[in-house]
Design a binder for this molecule. Structure first.
Ligand code: P6P
Length: 337
């Protein structure tokens, strides 16, 4: 008598990436090798984040980064982990980090190394000392043949978000969860601390089409453009809930799973918005769209924006399709439904 029980699939992120890779006939397995470098670095970061209270990694280094923000000790650890795990993959030619003004050109990989990786090594790091979830965000681009001999290492990186080959984030929260897409859906993995592997926990994740929840730092509301203020008034009348953690990865992860909308509008303090286009908004927008959500800067889709500088900022409206549309209607002068 044949046994009928279903054998539970145990799928690690590495085996999932290889399966995904097999859907790209032109791929040579290099891509899987590259992505496993990112996941390995995130396991190193996770180990340090988990021990933050026990080892001397809390607090700041006394340095400020290119953004003028105080560099936390864990920022530096995360930054170095990603550099070391990606720097010797052999197929990564250029790396750009939120922590450094200029990108790294990996000479040993040669001018034709096919991939470039941009990352925010530890987003929301100012929250670490109070044990609030933080995250790592990454975006992977192809180094185009026309850029093989580019003298300026920034120019090859200035690609619109729709050119991304892959994007993802890790949220170091009550559990450590990796979310990534290569353009074939959004897939979620939970780190099993006992075996040290990211195990598939949710495949082809879809964002709810709507959700009565908005996420914004209302302290700046007085300087938001009028359309955003109209939206806040409308949402309160409709009894929406406000949830704001102050860590993009955590706020986005909740929005991905529960629906709603996250907003970082232009403010008096940040007239272009605070979040960075290339390694925060673009990767999150890729994931949102792959999960049937939307991402806009209030005028155009985030992934259509033509970048002009490595660390440029952008306003961000991201979340459930219906909710983003509602914000855009009010931002562009139509009456919200
Ligand atoms: P504010 C964290 O510093 C961060 O870059 C994002 O993770 C987060 O969404 C945003 O800034 C919070 O900014 O101005 O509300 O503190």
């Amino acid at each position: 008598m044949m046994r009928s029980d279903q054998i539970e699939r145990l799928i690690t992120v590495q085996s999932h990436i290889i399966e995904q890779q097999q859907m790209h006939p032109e791929a040579t397995g290099e891509f899987s090798w590259l992505l496993s470098g990112v996941t390995f670095a995130c396991r190193i970061i996770e180990a340090n984040v988990r021990r933050a209270g026990l080892i001397d990694v809390l607090g700041d280094t006394g340095e400020t980064n290119v953004q003028g923000e105080m560099v936390q000790k864990l920022d530096k650890i995360a930054h170095k982990a990603l550099l070391r795990c990606l720097g010797y993959r052999g197929n990564v030619g250029i790396i750009a980090s939120e922590e450094d003004d200029e990108p790294y050109v990996l000479q040993q990989a040669g001018p034709k190394a096919r991939y470039m990786v941009l990352f925010d090594p530890l987003d929301g790091s100012s929250n670490i000392d109070v044990n609030v979830s933080v995250g790592t965000i990454f975006s992977i681009l192809r180094r185009r043949e026309q850029d093989w001999d580019a003298k300026d290492p920034v120019k090859p990186l200035l690609q619109p978000g729709f050119e991304q080959l892959a994007a993802g984030y890790v949220v170091y929260g009550s559990s450590t969860v990796l979310v990534y897409t290569t353009g074939k859906g959004v897939h979620m993995f939970t780190l099993d601390p006992d075996i040290g592997a990211f195990m598939l926990s949710n495949e082809n994740v879809k964002m709810p089409a709507n959700g009565k929840m908005y996420s914004v730092n209302e302290a700046y509301a007085a300087s938001f453009p009028e359309g955003y203020q109209k939206y806040l008034t409308w949402a309160k009348k409709e009894n929406y809930s406000l949830r704001y953690i102050g860590s993009l990865v955590a706020d986005f992860h909740r929005t991905l799973l529960r629906g709603g909308v996250f907003l970082y509008p232009p403010t008096a303090k940040s007239p272009e918005g605070k979040l960075r286009l290339l390694y925060e908004a673009n990767p999150m927008a890729f994931i949102a769209e792959q999960a049937s959500g939307k991402a806009s800067d209030g005028v155009q889709a985030i992934m259509e924006k033509r970048p002009t500088s490595l660390h440029q900022r952008t306003p961000l409206i991201i979340g459930s399709a219906d909710e983003v549309e509602r914000v855009l209607e009010l931002c562009n002068g139509k009456n919200g439904r």
